[in-house]
Design a protein around this ligand. Structure first.
Ligand code: NAD
Ligand code: UGA
Length: 467
């Protein structure tokens, strides 16, 4: 099958960058990215590339080259479905906040809506691709929904999970460790797999394109995230032992990582992992295990999330303890709000939870992040408090005690403590001695990400993770 027209439903962190790279690498394919969020589409179409809805290094250069040539952003979902031979679904799959599986299962409302819309609109054969991260066997449900089409259309459903990480999305897409395509072992299934493989083959070498059955592909995505998050929880749990024993987590990490069977990546102790996916995907895995009657397996993976909560809480408590047991009415500066460097995404960022604990204790928070805006920061906190049923009055009062700055120096002046929550490179280059001079004395820097070199330690208290 010669594919020359594809679309992607969902213009988010996955849909936008992924399709931009496909368009760049496959100039003969028309790529349309659609979304119901008009504001988001308008931002993708903005003449000023600094206004794109997502900040990713290298993204604007890719969009600049492909947009208007063979890359298009639109809100006309039905037209895009109708015109495309291949439809990627890259919509959000958050943790359910209601009903059965609440707090664990993936909410498939958006995926189902897409499938229904495709079933309703399609008048020609389509390859429908699961790009979103989904529970194993979701393709079965999608097929069932698609079968409600009454126009004799044949649908082939593939699983093609995305492994990009935010902040390095473009590089990850250019040089994927692997591309995974799951399809049915039928004549039409194989043809659909071959069609998708031929698209990726434009820039990914054959050895890196892995084809499997649909269920393996779906499960491999959840398993990859679970294994990655497990490494972080493992190293974070060890950071607590380091703090008690005098061992240094950076040294331990290096020593462990030099074993080629373990490897050095993803062993950086931190304030806990954040991001929209690790927690949601593990909770989803926990739910699936329980669904299949595997209570012990469920508990094993649940511990990864529990240790992460422990680490976030431990960090907040360390600040309180370090300030003589009270932060009430004390100015405290949070450096970093994004869940990791080089992104403006703050979903599930550890900063939200640390801020919450400190505000509950009466602190006056001053926040600086190079990319995350005030509105987003206040929205993150408001969403957390609304979900907890805090009153409007309480929310307003706490928001007043969370001031967001454009200048780190202003945020830090006269602060009792600074807490580093994101590993932004610029934090490494600050003159920490000069900063500490302008803080309340004795100045305390809680470096949750271990970004400050031990050699730059001066006349201030440096409290790092696992050291
Ligand atoms: P996102 O929230 O940034 O984007 C999803 C978009 O889908 C939103 O803009 C939303 O408006 C749109 N949408 C929802 N329903 C729609 C509908 N019916 N029609 C049209 N548009 C619709 O989410 P994301 O971060 O891009 O994640 C998408 C999926 O990819 C999730 O399943 C996630 O787990 C997975 N994933 C994310 C990442 C990541 O780095 N963010 C990486 C790999 C996989
Ligand atoms: C993660 C995976 O790395 C991607 O492969 C996957 O596609 C994606 O989730 C997804 O499914 O959404 P992402 O969450 O964007 O990507 O970023 P990571 O680099 O994995 O970082 C996640 C969190 O772990 C961040 O808060 C980061 O600071 C933290 N982390 C990471 C650590 O605390 N220590 C480490 O050693 C590595």
């Amino acid at each position: 099958m010669n594919v020359n027209s594809i679309c992607c439903i969902g213009a988010g962190y996955v849909g936008g960058p992924t399709m931009a790279v496909i368009a760049l690498k496959c100039p003969n394919i028309k790529v349309t990215v659609v979304d119901i969020n008009e504001q988001r589409i308008a931002a993708w179409n903005h003449a000023d590339l600094d206004q794109l809805p997502i900040y990713e290094p290298g993204l604007k250069e890719v969009v600049a080259e492909a947009r208007g040539r063979n890359l298009f952003f639109s809100t006309d979902v039905e037209k895009a479905i109708e015109e495309s031979q291949m439809i990627f679904m890259a919509v959000n799959t958050p943790t359910k906040t209601y009903g059965e599986g609440k707090g664990f299962a993936a909410d498939l409302t958006f995926v189902e809506k897409c499938a229904r819309q495709i079933a309703k609109v399609a008048t020609s054969d389509k390859i429908v691709i699961e790009k979103s991260t989904l529970p194993v066997r979701t393709a079965e449900k999608i097929k069932e929904i698609l079968s409600s089409n009454t126009k004799g259309v044949h649908f082939e459903v593939l699983s093609n999970p995305e492994f990009l990480a935010e902040g390095t999305a473009i590089q990850d897409l250019f040089k994927s460790d692997r591309v995974l395509v799951g399809g049915d072992d039928t004549k039409t299934g194989k043809a659909a797999v071959a069609a998708l493989v031929s698209i990726y083959s434009n820039w990914i070498t054959k050895e890196k394109i892995l084809t499997t059955n649909v269920w393996s592909s779906e499960l491999s995505k959840l398993a990859s995230n679970a294994m990655l998050a497990q490494r972080i929880s493992s190293i974070n749990s060890l950071s607590a032992i380091c703090e008690k024993s005098g061992a240094d987590i950076e040294e331990v990490s290096r020593a462990i990582g030099m074993d080629s069977r373990i490897g050095p990546k993803f062993l950086k102790a931190s304030v806990g992992f954040g991001g929209s996916c690790f927690q949601k995907d593990i909770l989803n895995l926990v739910y699936l295990c329980k669904h299949f009657g595997l209570a012990e397996v469920a508990e094993y993976w649940h511990q990864v999330v529990k240790i992460n909560d422990y680490q976030k809480n431990r960090f907040a408590k360390k600040i309180i303890k370090g300030l003589n047991g009270t932060v009430n009415q004390k100015k405290i500066t949070l450096l970093g709000w994004a869940f990791k460097k080089d992104t403006n995404d703050s979903r599930e960022s550890a900063a939200i939870y640390v801020a919450d604990v400190l505000l509950e204790e009466g602190a006056e928070l001053h926040v600086f992040d190079p990319m995350v805006k005030e509105a987003r920061i206040h929205q993150d906190l408001t969403a957390l408090w609304e979900a907890r049923n805090d009153s409007k009055k309480e929310i307003e009062s706490k928001l007043k005690r969370c001031v967001v700055h454009h200048e780190h120096s202003v945020a830090l002046e006269y602060s009792f403590a600074a807490a580093i929550l994101t590993e932004w490179d610029e934090f490494k280059s600050y003159n920490w001695n000069a900063i500490a001079d302008k803080m309340m004395q004795p100045a305390k820097i809680f470096d949750g990400r271990n970004v400050i070199e031990n050699s730059s330690r001066g006349e201030f208290n440096l409290i790092q993770t696992g050291r």
